[in-house]
Design a protein around this ligand. Structure first.
Ligand SMILES: Cc1ncc(COP(=O)(O)O)c(C=O)c1O
Length: 405
């Protein structure tokens, strides 16, 4: 049986925080979720009892090696991959910049990279930067501002025999839109191009399966799914093994360590692995980790969808509210962006703090989305449901907006 909301909430000390007499309602999950006790405890245990650098003969070093491998195994289960395909880095942005430098060494001037208007700039800027350095051409898949999606024709038009890589987001951190990355990766592979999937906003909401997606690379960040600030990359071992990536000569040659420059954030990696276990724990007892994860995500999906409907219906009933993003019941995450006529997004977010509701505002680095939707720097107010979000919190958010309206 999957775990109840009450038992999940009891794991998060952050939920004990109070603001103006209310328990704090954290709707800022798309920017970074709260951390449950078992994750912080795993990190403390590492730092207190096993802390060392890697690959030496004494016990704490061997324990560190084993704990990092263990974390790779947990991510292999989350991705449906093998541990050798899993590498760690600072965050998704740094991973993308690093990988772009290695990949582009095989490309020549005039080769093309495909990016999108819907993506967070972490999946846009690294590809533009490397294109500038190496004389590559960047093609951009436009956002359809009526559907908040990329239309299939527009994707097909951008990908051609000249494409070397398609950089595509699995879910939009600004609008919640889920993109059919499986179809996009198939189109990339048909023309012999590589695919890089930004799964940072997708990973907390849907169980990943890199085999089914068919991508070559996929990156996520554990601080978006109840872990610490650490980035994780799935990269096909056959590609990574021969990648001409910047690295120190004495550092390991083989995948996945080939990608990991310098000493890693060991406690962060241990905590990231513990976050995968935490997600699996939501799926209850019994079965493999992957099976528990599958049950957990089914349950998170159901709850997230119900919360999204409640939030959507509450907000559309308020005069002056505009919601940006695909409606409930379509392929999307429970992350909703909106504006309130006559008030800047900052004023709305500040007003909500008064009710103990923490929601982010701005463009969330999905700058092109904000521009295309005519929102510019003011952007949106963004509310994201997480595994600890309750109906009472959603109602409190809606009441806060209604009060201001
Ligand atoms: C969809 C998406 N992609 C990429 C990023 C960047 O991730 P990181 O902070 O790990 O570099 C974010 C962060 O908000 C995001 O939401």
């Amino acid at each position: 049986m999957t775990r109840s909301l009450e038992s999940i909430r009891a794991d998060f000390p952050a939920l004990e925080r109070r603001e103006n007499g209310n328990g704090v309602a954290y709707f800022d999950g798309p920017g970074g979720t709260q951390v449950p006790r078992p994750v912080a405890e795993a990190m403390t245990d590492y730092l207190f009892h096993h802390n060392a650098n890697t690959h030496w003969v004494y016990p704490t070093s061997a324990e560190t090696d084993a704990m990092l491998e263990d974390a790779r195994g947990k991510f292999a289960d989350l991705f449906n991959a093998t541990p050798a395909d899993v590498s760690f880095g600072n965050n998704m942005t740094t991973i993308a910049f690093h990988l772009s430098r290695g990949l582009a060494r095989n490309w020549k001037a005039g080769d093309e990279i495909v990016v999108t208007e819907l993506d967070h700039h972490a999946n846009v800027a690294p590809w533009h930067a490397i294109a500038r350095d190496r004389g590559l051409v960047v093609r951009t898949i436009p956002l359809d501002t009526r559907t908040f999606r990329h239309e299939a024709d527009a994707i097909a038009q951008a990908i051609s025999k000249r494409t070397r890589l398609v950089a595509i987001g699995a879910a939009s951190n600004a609008l919640g839109t889920i993109t059919d990355v499986r179809a996009v990766c198939a189109m990339a592979s048909e023309v012999g191009a590589l695919s890089f999937v930004d799964a940072v906003h997708y990973t907390p909401h849907t169980l990943l399966d890199v085999q089914s997606i068919g991508c070559d690379f996929l990156a996520c960040s554990s601080y978006k799914f109840y872990g610490p600030h650490a980035g994780v990359l799935y990269g096909k071992r056959q590609i990574v093994d021969t990648l001409d990536i910047p690295k120190l000569e004495p550092a390991p040659e083989a995948a996945p360590e080939r990608l990991e420059t310098g000493t890693q954030n060991h406690e962060g990696i241990v905590g990231a692995g513990a976050a995968v276990d935490y997600l699996a724990s939501i799926g209850g007892e019994g079965g493999t980790r992957r099976e528990r994860l599958a049950r957990a995500f089914t349950s998170l999906h159901e709850r997230g969808d119900a919360l999204l409907v409640r939030l959507w219906e509450g907000l559309v009933s308020i005069d002056g509210v505009t919601i940006y993003g695909p409606p409930p019941g379509t392929a999307r995450t429970p992350t909703l962006s909106f504006t309130l006529r006559g008030h800047s997004t900052e004023v709305v977010a500040r007003h909500l703090v008064g009710r103990g509701v923490y929601a982010s505002n701005g463009d969330f680095y999905a700058k092109t989305v904000a521009e295309r939707l005519g929102r510019g720097e003011d952007g949106f107010v963004r509310a994201g449901a997480a595994c600890y979000t309750s109906e009472e919190e959603v109602d409190r958010l809606v009441a806060g907006v209604r009060e201001l309206a």
